[in-house]
Design a protein. Structure first.
Length: 400
């Protein structure tokens, strides 16, 4: 049984027949195609629908952008809205020409929906043609709340720890009670992303190096990452020699494929973004597991931090890591509607570790709200810091 992803369906319903090209982006197997199918079944009745899936090799071989345009026009009807659905459209070279030709057609009306698994799918010289004409909808793996409310899992299990370990990619949720099978499915997802969105796209002969860099990032989630430091690390350990420039390209390609999210540092004194410091978070906690260690206790603090990060971007926050004048870090500086808040994440909070976990927050005196999100709270004096229980936050019982 499919789970209706109502958040995304509501957005698509709102944008139906609007003068925007609707673009669903996200990691492969995250459910973009399923969302479009749900949208068609729920909101389109008897309309003229034209659809092609470019995950299917025969379609990629059959069409270039001109042939695709010819086909769509041959299936179009006058005096009605023609709903066009093109899945993984980035597989067609110069697909932008097709989309723009349809969008600017004065004789036939089109409402265009496309999906893609690469964040640079509009990085050609034609990108300016799309300016102001697109509505991007970034699809994330199932949230903890979606999983708990679904009918795909055994309600008697410890769903919170299972989510932290096994993630939310729709392909694997029905295998929550079979960890061995789930890991195999996640491996298929990871290899598919690296093969299709990095190796083929960037014409890399071997994937061992890009896989090694991915595993390095998984093992250093939530920590400051430097391509130069990684180059030196590989040299000192007599591993594969990869230049800092190549490593930097790999970082970018992995984020382009939505395997990771890049988070910049925010200078809390100068209120500016530091371009020289970067952290990375995994797009899915299950992929984080197969890239590191099967034990939930392995890097639990960073795993919790990653879970909070995914929830924050789901809620539409701009997310940074804070750094004060002394180099102290705040896990997350979040911004929405010109309101800034500070967040620290830890696995437990009590009187013994309170000052260590809250030190950077207590040093901020600018009036912005300060929040700690944790698994357990046993503190006698919070010093004005808002305390949020992790599971309540992920279930939307408490907002930050």
């Amino acid at each position: 049984m499919e789970v209706l992803r109502t958040k995304y369906l509501d957005i698509l319903k709102e944008e139906k027949d609007s003068n925007f090209i609707k673009i669903l982006t996200g990691i492969r197997r995250v459910g973009k195609s399923t969302i479009l199918d749900q949208f068609k079944q729920t909101f389109l009745n008897n309309e003229n629908i034209i659809e092609l899936n470019f995950n299917e090799a025969e379609n990629v071989e059959k069409y270039n952008w001109k042939a695709l345009l010819t086909y769509i026009r041959s299936q179009s009807k006058p005096n009605v809205t023609n709903y066009v659905f093109l899945d993984e459209i980035q597989e067609i070279k110069e697909f932008e020409k097709t989309i723009i030709s349809l969008f600017e057609d004065k004789k036939v009306k089109y409402d265009i929906f496309i999906t893609g698994s690469n964040s640079r799918m509009f990085s050609t010289e034609l990108v300016t043609l799309f300016t102001g004409r697109t509505m991007e909808i970034q699809v994330l793996p199932f949230s903890y709340k979606e999983i708990v409310e679904s009918t795909l899992i055994d309600k008697s299990t410890d769903n919170f720890n299972t989510y932290l370990l096994q993630g939310g990619i729709g392909l694997v949720i029905s295998s929550y009670n079979n960890f061995s099978r789930l890991k195999k499915l996640l491996e298929i997802v990871l290899v598919g992303c690296i093969e299709k969105d990095i190796k083929i796209r960037h014409r890399i002969k071997y994937i061992q190096n890009i896989r090694a860099i991915a595993e390095y990032l998984y093992n250093h989630i939530g920590r400051n990452i430097s391509a130069l430091n990684l180059e030196n690390y590989l040299k000192s350990n007599k591993e594969t020699k990869i230049s800092a420039n190549t490593i930097w390209n790999y970082f970018n390609w992995l984020t382009d494929a939505f395997l990771f999210y890049k988070v910049r540092y925010f200078n809390l004194k100068g209120k500016s973004i530091l371009s020289t410091k970067t952290k990375y978070y995994a797009s899915d906690l299950g992929l984080l597991t197969i890239g590191t260690n099967d034990a939930l206790s392995f890097n639990l603090g960073y795993r919790l931090e990653n879970a909070v990060f995914l929830k924050l971007i789901e809620e539409g926050y701009q997310v940074y890591t804070g750094q004060d004048r002394y180099g102290n870090e705040i896990d997350f500086v979040i911004k929405k509607n010109n309101v800034i808040k500070y967040i620290q994440v830890c696995d437990k909070l009590n009187d013994d570790n309170f000052f260590r976990e809250s030190w950077s927050l207590l040093n901020m005196h600018d009036g912005n709200e300060k929040i700690i999100i944790t698994l357990s709270i046993e503190v006698s004096d919070t010093k004005g810091i808002k305390m949020v229980q992790m599971e309540d936050f992920l279930l939307d019982k408490v907002k930050v």
